[in-house]
Design a binder for this molecule. Structure first.
Ligand code: CUA
Length: 361
């Protein structure tokens, strides 16, 4: 009865605690389900052992209590009992080790991944780098630390948001290469059953294959300084096509940022770059001072018709002029170069208006 009551009590607790989210999550990967299954198997083995040990203890306390006149047995050794209590725990440990080892082996096999992401811990934010894709960014707290209300942050349901989550495709094996730029951090997302230390000077491997699209949350799990508690991990898992579109967009943004198309340039910056572009590309035909080589290459100095007409000027540089030796430069010069050289020409030989042609034009 004691035994049955103990087991039933734990079962009730487990069921209700699970419903309240106190238990380990089942998660959204095959590994996380294995880890959860292992956790529950070992949990129930421990419950049964606990129930047997406490059951026998309480039974003995009650059955052989002093008021019943029980006498303590007095013996020195008992070979059968000793063999029994050595062999049974050994068998239990081996029985637990077999599935545990299989799960561990699976968790550690980060080979043949479809996507590699380098995860670097920083005090106090994560950096994600999609290896070989030219896409990388920091995942910062969405609300600066100083602006987070302390009382609010102590609420168990308060979620720390990031400006950019780690975006991953579902149903793909993703290898996570963990390292750190300063102190030891640990990248932990319970729903993926991934918790891996990010150690400066080392690269640790982990992997995941997420089954369901969704937002999965975790946090840094290694005390790393004063804002350790403000270093959340947010993973946004999406279908492959959506992920591909996202990645392509990020690549475009990165290329735009690298080329300088996405920012506003000042006049001196454009003049400097324009002079350089003019000198290396245009000067060979139109001469260093824009005087040209008439009649084949018209002079630019004083050519107000061209310099004042922005649309025509851009069209001339980008598409060339059909039937003349002026080639199209769209393949040679990027948008910043074109904006710079037109700004330069207009300001050097036009009416000196201080025109700025932005690359986005
Ligand atoms: Cu990073 Cu704790």
């Amino acid at each position: 009865y004691v035994l049955a009551a103990l087991i039933a009590g734990v079962a009730w607790l487990e069921r209700n605690a699970l419903a309240d989210g106190w238990n380990m999550p089942v998660g959204v990967t095959e590994v996380s389900r294995h880890v959860h299954g292992l956790h529950m198997t070992i949990f129930w083995i421990c419950v049964v052992i606990g129930a047997v040990v406490f059951g026998v203890m309480f039974y003995s306390l009650f059955r052989y209590r002093r008021s019943k006149g029980a006498q303590a047995a007095n013996f020195h050794e008992h070979t059968t009992v000793e063999i029994f209590w050595t062999a049974v725990p050994l068998l239990i440990l081996v029985a637990m080790a077999i599935p545990a080892t299989a799960t561990l082996r699976d968790m550690y096999d980060a080979s043949e991944a479809d996507l590699d992401v380098m995860v670097t811990g920083h005090q106090w934010r994560w950096h994600y780098d999609y290896v070989g894709e030219d896409v990388n960014y920091f995942s910062n707290l969405a609300t600066p630390r100083e602006q987070i209300d302390g009382t609010q942050a102590k609420d168990a349901n308060y979620l720390l948001e990031v400006d950019q989550p780690l975006v991953l495709p579902v149903d793909r094996k993703v290898r996570l290469l963990m390292t750190s730029s300063d102190v030891i951090h640990s990248w932990w997302v319970p729903d993926l059953a991934v918790k891996k230390d990010a150690i400066p000077g080392f690269v640790n491997e982990a992997w995941t294959r997420i089954d369901e699209p969704g937002i999965y949350r975790g946090q840094c799990a290694e005390l790393c300084g004063k804002d350790h508690g403000f270093m959340p991990v947010v993973v946004h898992a999406m279908p492959q096509e959506e992920f591909d579109a996202w990645l392509a967009e990020r690549k475009e943004e990165a290329a735009a940022a690298a080329s300088g198309v996405d920012r506003n340039w000042t006049l001196p910056e454009l003049m400097e770059r324009g002079e350089q572009v003019y000198g290396t590309i245009c000067a060979s035909c139109h001469q260093a001072e824009g005087q040209g080589l008439p009649p084949t290459f018209p002079a630019l100095v004083g050519n107000q018709a061209l310099l004042d007409d922005l649309e025509r000027h851009i069209d001339t540089v980008v598409n060339g002029v059909a039937g003349t030796p002026m080639p199209a430069f769209s393949g040679t010069l990027n948008a910043v170069d074109i904006a710079a050289v037109i700004t330069y020409e207009r300001n050097a030989w036009g009416n000196e208006t201080g025109d700025i042609i932005q690359p986005s034009t």
